[in-house]
Design a binder for this molecule. Structure first.
Ligand SMILES: NC(=O)c1ccc[n+]([C@@H]2O[C@H](COP(=O)([O-])OP(=O)(O)OC[C@H]3O[C@@H](n4cnc5c(N)ncnc54)[C@H](OP(=O)(O)O)[C@@H]3O)[C@@H](O)[C@H]2O)c1
Length: 182
């Protein structure tokens, strides 16, 4: 079964970026223990919000190591974006169904990469199968939240995995009761 997985780093007080959209506060915490490439190998398609995509694009990063890329946006993508990157606006249930069909039999999952605004429609449609959150031991005080206030709540999450890294990051995988692969 292809899962829709949120995989994201969050400050202890629930933010994924500072108020200016910056993520430099994450820099001191990057370490080999995180094993991003191990994660990326399990992913066949990645969905970004337009703000996150534009930020990465400014650094020349498209994250194509984690499958094909879909950008949630109401605007056309710039012409110099690499071929195969898709802009999507519409019903996220249709997108999820289409990506699952494409990935059927590959054993790969779909990474809902964020930020918080673009996760909301998937969350509202109850499509998120797993929340893989790396809790960074930092209090930002303010910033862009992983869970914007208009998003729905989630009840009955199960902790499927947790791991403490030597630098203080806590990785936690939560799944709603309906999801999971055995
Ligand atoms: N800590 C982490 O691991 C992590 C991970 C990812 C991102 N971030 C940070 O998060 C920040 C951005 O997060 P964000 O929540 O503000 O923005 P975002 O989710 O990256 O992008 C929001 C934009 O996506 C488009 N969008 C969202 N929902 C849509 C829908 N249903 N249909 C069509 N388009 C849709 C809209 O773009 P239009 O303007 O085209 O309408 C919207 O303005 C960045 O600063 C980034 O660095 C951090």
């Amino acid at each position: 079964m292809t899962l829709l997985r949120v995989y994201i780093a969050m400050s202890l007080d629930g933010y994924i970026a500072d108020s200016a959209g910056g993520v430099d506060w994450l820099n001191p915490y990057f370490c080999p223990e995180i094993d991003f490439m191990g994660f990326a190998k399990t992913i066949g398609a990645t969905v970004w919000g337009r703000k996150t995509f534009d930020q990465a694009r400014q650094r020349g990063e498209y994250h194509q190591e984690s499958g094909r890329v879909v950008v949630m946006t109401h605007r056309p993508l710039p012409q110099d974006v690499p071929a195969g990157i898709e802009a999507f606006a519409g019903d996220v249930r249709e997108l999820a169904a289409r990506l699952k069909q494409e990935l059927a039999g590959t054993g790969k999952d779909i990474w809902i990469g964020g930020g918080g605004e673009s996760i909301v429609p998937f969350h509202e449609a109850r499509l998120i199968d797993r929340w893989e959150i790396s809790i960074i031991p930092v209090l930002l005080g303010e910033g862009l939240p992983l869970f914007p206030k208009r998003g729905p709540g989630v009840e009955g999450l199960t902790v499927k995995r947790h791991r403490a890294l030597s630098n203080g990051i806590i990785e936690v995988h939560y799944e709603p009761a309906r999801a999971g692969r055995g």
